[in-house]
Design a protein around this ligand. Structure first.
Ligand code: ADP
Ligand code: MG
Length: 238
């Protein structure tokens, strides 16, 4: 496997507010993540995990410091540029699934494909989007639920739909903010099995978790405390 650096973060700072009430959500963070790694981020509530994920996911910009994603300096890109990068390179999985209600699993997974362009710059036809979304649902073992709405699915199945949606654009990077946080232990384990499969097929995954036994299943755990890296631990897996 290549040792290409996919995430390179230097002296990253993110401050909220002004003057006396300034919050240093991230206060000088340096991180390098290689393509194909599976990394866990842990830390107490308020330690800066979501702020870091939002910046890694190009949903937000740093106050100071540099962020290089896949060789591209995205630190000072405009919101429009960041949206394009996000759509092409990053798949998101959230604790609360974030699926559209009253919308079938298939249609939820098709959504990110609206922005996808073919090699000659055209958009995908409805049929092409349907085929690619169905393939993503197959990859998470949910093809037989494609026409069900979120309400008709279990929590674990909803999270699988969300993972299919994260995968459908074939992103370099999957970001998961507590993907097992709303699931019972066994269902959470099933979602971890799925993330391990994606990792084994070469995906880079960065995942926030509160559970030490979940974090231990990844290659490395980055521990945040008060907006700084407290320590980085190698786990059993790589
Ligand atoms: P975590 O995800 O680890 O719980 P966050 O990244 O959400 O932590 O928050 C880190 C710190 O930044 C906290 O003190 C939080 O209150 C503050 N913070 C987060 N987002 C904002 C915001 N939009 N405005 C002001 N303060 C914020
Ligand atoms: Mg958070």
């Amino acid at each position: 496997m290549s040792k290409q650096t996919i995430i390179e973060i230097h002296a990253l700072r993110k401050y909220y507010g002004i003057g006396d009430i300034q919050v240093k959500a991230l206060d000088g963070v340096d991180i390098q993540i290689q393509a194909g790694e599976f990394v866990a981020i842990m830390g107490q509530s308020g330690s800066g995990k979501s702020t870091l994920m939002n910046i890694i996911g190009c949903l937000d910009r740093p106050t100071e410091g540099r962020y290089i994603l896949n060789g591209m300096d995205v630190s000072n890109m405009s919101k429009v540029q960041l949206a394009a990068i996000r759509n092409q390179q990053i798949g998101f999985v959230f604790q609360s699934f974030n699926l559209l209600a009253r919308t079938s699993a298939l249609r939820n997974v098709m959504l990110p494909l609206v922005y996808k362009r073919t090699e000659n710059g055209g958009s995908l036809s409805q049929a092409q989007r349907g085929e690619q979304a169905m393939a993503a649902l197959e990859a998470v073992g949910l093809a037989d639920r494609a026409h069900h709405e979120p309400m008709e699915l279990s929590g674990g199945q909803r999270q699988r739909v969300a993972i299919a949606r994260a995968l459908v654009n074939d992103p370099a990077l999957i970001l998961a903010d507590e993907p097992t946080g709303n699931l019972d232990t066994q269902t959470g384990e099933e979602i971890m099995v799925l993330l391990h499969e994606l990792h084994a097929r070469g995906r880079t995954i960065v995942m926030v978790t509160h559970e030490a036994y979940i974090a231990r299943q990844t290659g490395r755990t980055i521990q945040l405390s008060d907006g700084k890296i407290a320590h980085i631990e190698r786990n059993g897996r790589t």
